[in-house]
Design a protein around this ligand. Structure first.
Ligand code: G3P
Ligand code: MG
Length: 253
């Protein structure tokens, strides 16, 4: 059984706040989301930072590769101005800052390991070690108490498995290839996380019958959300936290 929340706020606050910032996590929380997905990659000095793109410019002001900036330098860049005047000065957060915010507010984390190309092993290792350290003294041993690490990078997840075998992993696949089962087994992954656009009822059934969790990204239309849930999908992340609430699918029809 899927021990995690069913509906997860994508990049913290979906379309309502600048992605992958503390403001986004706070926005998700304001909308009742106690479950967030966010992306993590390493700075030049090997510090896990919450960011989506390996290059600056789209949401974070600046130019060049993330791998050329230290954590301190990244934390001084603006990650909110692109979104709106209310968010000018919102900084790039470190993973540690976001994790502390989530732990403090009891928010479950789906941590997507998104390595800068060429840094797959190192990123998987560092992020998994960081999660292990954060949760090693936690007394909550219930299924679902730990975050879920996910990645499109097989190598990053394998490194995470070596670094912290007890932190659950999910393999992200955009279009699911025929070797999905083999790959999940090789990674000791508990879940397949996939693009809902390519999902079919047949594949959903096969994944569930094989005993894995099935999680989708990024589902922004309520009718589509209902449809994939009816196929047995365990959960999904959404940008439209204004349309799809944390209790979606539980309300009486
Ligand atoms: O983790 C699911 C989803 O976030 C994957 O795609 O590009 O939004 O990080 P992306
Ligand atoms: Mg992501």
């Amino acid at each position: 059984m899927w021990p995690y929340p069913k509906i997860v706020a994508h990049r913290g606050g979906g379309v309502l706040a600048p992605e992958n910032t503390i403001a986004a996590m706070r926005c998700g929380l304001t909308h009742g989301f106690y479950a967030v997905e966010f992306d993590v990659m390493l700075s030049k000095d090997g510090v896990p930072m919450v960011m989506h793109d390996p290059e600056l410019g789209r949401t974070v002001q600046g130019e060049g590769s993330i791998a050329d900036y230290t954590a301190q330098e990244l934390m001084e860049l603006d990650a909110g101005a692109w979104f709106g005047v209310n968010f000018i000065g919102e900084p790039v957060p470190s993973f540690e800052q976001v994790a502390h915010f989530c732990i403090h507010h009891n928010i479950w984390m789906n941590i997507e390991i998104k390595p800068v190309p060429g840094f797959e092993d190192q990123t998987g290792w560092v992020v998994a070690q960081a999660v292990k350290r954060l949760f090693e003294h936690s007394l909550d041993r219930t299924p679902g108490a730990l975050p879920l690490l996910s990645s499109f990078s097989f190598d990053a997840l394998r490194a995470a498995q070596l670094a912290a075998p007890d932190i659950p992993r999910a393999f992200l696949m955009d279009e699911v290839t025929p070797d999905w089962h083999e790959r999940l087994l090789a990674l000791g992954a508990i879940s397949l996380n996939t693009n809902h656009k390519h999902l079919t009822p047949l594949l959903a059934r096969a994944v569930k019958e094989a005993g894995f969790g099935l999680f989708c990204y990024t589902v922004n239309e309520p009718a589509r959300a209902q449809e994939i849930l009816s196929w047995g999908v365990d959960g999904f992340c959404t940008d439209r936290i204004d349309l799809i609430g944390p209790r979606f699918g539980e309300e009486p029809a």
